[in-house]
Ligand binder design. Structure first.
Ligand code: GLA
Length: 392
């Protein structure tokens, strides 16, 4: 087989944070930050994987892999290889493989660099060994790698975004039915960008698993009381009241965040459709459109802010650095909304701003204040919605 190149993107998420493992709909998109892999057959009889950015090379034989004790990026590589579960005929025809990869996804920024690593590797190996697995099966393998080899009981949003992303389209991924639908959110007179707080607090993984366990426990209780419930999406307000009597104060807060966020996602889906309709009407010469459109974007910004508040006060996965940036950003009239994005405890904020907002100059003062207060230098990244994992 000729050498080939695979690109696997990171992701943003417009809304639906922490809903993927809570039966919700999430609204992610793949972005123009990716890991690029090169796969090349050789005659070494071994597999070598080279992390170009770290100048590290790892060589192993498949037969010994399960006994190797590894950490950091190597754990993900190990997990993907083992979970692909190669058939004997693949192994018999194997002569040797060299994989190199490099990344422009900032690590620890909440942009799912590890999902990109697992998805890109799984996709490349599926091509190399002609395993015939679907993108969805590969996404599940990438998710299982996180569960079994990184200890994070993540949902499936990041992997689906990386595998199924489409240029200029967001995805509505229904985590209950596993349906994936692309939709467009035209950005007219507004922009989305990211602010990286450059912090990642240690408790991120343990707190994530704890949130998941709290909600799973609450759902078990809900099912005892109301066996007909399929998901949090079916629960009626009076059932919530009854259930809450059975939950401790912390679990009640977590649940309220999830229910609010499920409702917000529905509203944002409706809003996105309305925006798309209005942009079309505007293109057809309807002069009412620009003002109405601006109001829709303002509303979208409010939903982003509400999600931030929920993640901060109810789900309690934010941190003082993100809260500071989010709060201060909103003092600028050019900012329509901002929220922390991803698992939490650091990483990026997703910001919706007017097009006139100049992120390279208008953030200087805020970033200086941020450095004075927290001793870290934040960064701003423009972001384009891009294609999911693909051969280059
Ligand atoms: C991380 C996880 C995802 C998702 C988000 C929060 O990125 O990997 O599965 O739960 O956090 O929305």
């Amino acid at each position: 087989m000729q050498p080939f190149v695979v690109r696997a993107p990171g992701r943003i998420n417009l809304l639906g944070e922490h809903l993927d493992y809570n039966h919700g709909v999430v609204l992610p998109a793949a972005i123009d930050r990716f890991i690029e892999f090169q796969f090349e057959a050789n005659l070494s009889g071994k597999i070598s994987v080279e992390a170009l950015d770290l100048a590290e090379n790892w060589e192993f034989e498949l037969a010994e892999l399960s006994n190797l004790n590894v950490s950091s990026w190597k754990s993900y590589v190990k997990g993907v290889f083992l979970l692909l579960n190669f058939k004997q005929q693949c192994l018999d025809s194997f002569t040797g493989l060299h994989i190199k990869f490099k990344s422009n996804i900032p690590i620890g920024a909440g942009l799912s660099s590890s999902a990109a690593l697992c998805c890109g590797l799984a996709f490349g190996l599926n091509t190399f060994y002609q395993l015939g697995k679907t993108r969805f099966e590969l996404a599940l393998i990438a998710q299982q790698t996180e569960h079994q080899y990184a200890g994070v009981k993540c949902g499936l949003m990041d992997q689906v975004a990386s595998m199924y992303g489409q240029k200029d389209q967001l995805l509505a991924f229904d985590c209950l039915t596993q349906e994936i639908n692309a939709f467009s959110l035209p950005l007219v007179g507004v922009q989305l960008f990211l602010i990286d707080s450059k912090v990642k607090h240690n408790l991120a993984e343990s707190a994530y698993n704890e949130r998941r366990a709290q909600l799973e426990e609450a759902f078990k209780k809900a099912r005892v009381l109301f066996p007909e419930l399929n998901s949090w999406r079916d629960v009626e307000p009076q059932q919530v009241t009854i259930l809450c009597a059975d939950l401790d104060a912390t679990s009640q807060k977590r649940l309220h965040y999830v229910l609010d966020e499920i409702a917000r996602v529905e509203m944002v889906q409706t809003l996105s459709n309305r925006i798309a309709d209005q942009v079309n009407q505007g293109n057809n010469g309807n002069i009412e459109a620009p003002h109405a459109l601006k109001m829709q974007y303002q509303q979208l910004g409010k939903y982003l802010n509400q999600t931030h508040q929920g993640l901060r006060d109810l789900y309690e996965v934010s941190c003082s650095e993100l809260d500071f940036l989010q709060h201060e950003l909103l003092n600028n009239p050019g900012i329509l909304g901002a929220r922390m994005m991803g698992g939490g405890f650091g990483g990026c904020l997703l910001v919706l701003a007017l097009e006139a907002f100049n992120s390279s100059t208008d953030l200087t003062h805020l970033f200086t204040q941020f450095t004075q207060q927290f001793g870290v230098q934040a960064a701003c990244y423009p972001v384009q919605i891009s294609e999911g994992v693909h051969l280059v």
